[in-house]
Ligand binder design. Sequence first.
Ligand SMILES: Nc1ncnc2c1ncn2[C@@H]1O[C@H](COP(=O)(O)OP(=O)(O)OP(=O)(O)O)[C@@H](O)[C@H]1O
Ligand SMILES: [Mg+2]
Length: 351
Amino acid sequence: LEKFYSKGYYFLFTTSIFESKYKASDGILRNTAFNGNYVVNLGEGKASHPQMELEDSKKELSYVVDLFPTSKNAPGYLKVIFPSKTKWLWRSVMPLIFLSLLLTGIILGCFYYVVTVVFKQKKLSEIKNDFVNNMTHEFKTPIATINLASDSILSDKVISEPSRIQRFIGIIKEENKRMLSQVEKVLQMALLDKQDFQLNLKSVDIHEIILKAVENIDLQVSQRNGSIIQELKAKKSILYADQTHLTNIIYNLLDNANKYSSESPNIRICTRDVQGGIEVSVQDNGIGMSKENQKMVFEKFYRVPTGNIHNVKGFGLGLSYVKAMAEAHKGSIKLESEPNKGSTFTLFLPN
Ligand SMILES: Nc1ncnc2c1ncn2[C@@H]1O[C@H](COP(=O)(O)OP(=O)(O)OP(=O)(O)O)[C@@H](O)[C@H]1O
Ligand SMILES: [Mg+2]
């Protein structure tokens, strides 16, 4: 640049303001440009004697530097003035601040996500362990019984007596059925999880379904000197629903009412017409449960903790199935319960 300057040519190269070559025929280097953010001003003379004096208020917003300080004959200066320095500075750092805040946010978000996933996984693995233990327990008894029964059939004494063989085969069949129903429960839950089920909706009579479910469980209840009272008062008992799932819902509620009563269970099942549908309530005089547990029982795999004693078997799947199915039918389920007094499950189904 200095070489050109001594020949009387002045060149100014900037990147964004002007890509200009400026020839000063009078030997004076002068150029001013404004790009909206700042003014660039090239002037004659030394920086300490600028030709163009600035107002005091603008002084602190301007920067001056000597051009070619080594050249004696015609030095010039370059002045950059920021009329709106603060705004300009902010505007230039804003994207950076925004970006770093965004990145920090993303990093924090990821961290939070990872931590919650880890905790969830930990809880899930505990639940899974419990489930596997439970299932092994549930299968151990029927497998052992089947084993015993088949051993007995194979013994010389029994094999010659068809009536005894029949009895043992009956036992094997019964136990097999039990295992099948357990497996079905688990498979059904997997289907529910994937939202992969289809309701086979038909007109069904809820009273018929209740009668059938009561019939199925009656033997178990009467074996424990219990009773089931039916008060089927609803007049509009025809629903548009899936018969199998509805039977399972009622059966699950009755099964729980029976299982979670320490003495002889007195179960009451009632229906009544309500606005928009029908209400089925299953009431028992069983062990009941606390408020905290009431909130959790509809969750998959949740079972009310009973310490080390697990005299009542189950997977903790029944009620979560009931809830999911009630909701699939656009209905709902609620629960009232008091420890040691009993529980009432109220199912609403639209008709
Ligand atoms: N009528 C009831 N009275 C008291 N506690 C109940 C009653 N019904 C359910 N519970 C509690 O809620 C828990 C969850 O019930 P749920 O039916 O989902 O599972 P489960 O009966 O343990 O197993 P299963 O999958 O075989 O039904 C039970 O373990 C029990 O502690
Ligand atoms: Mg149950």
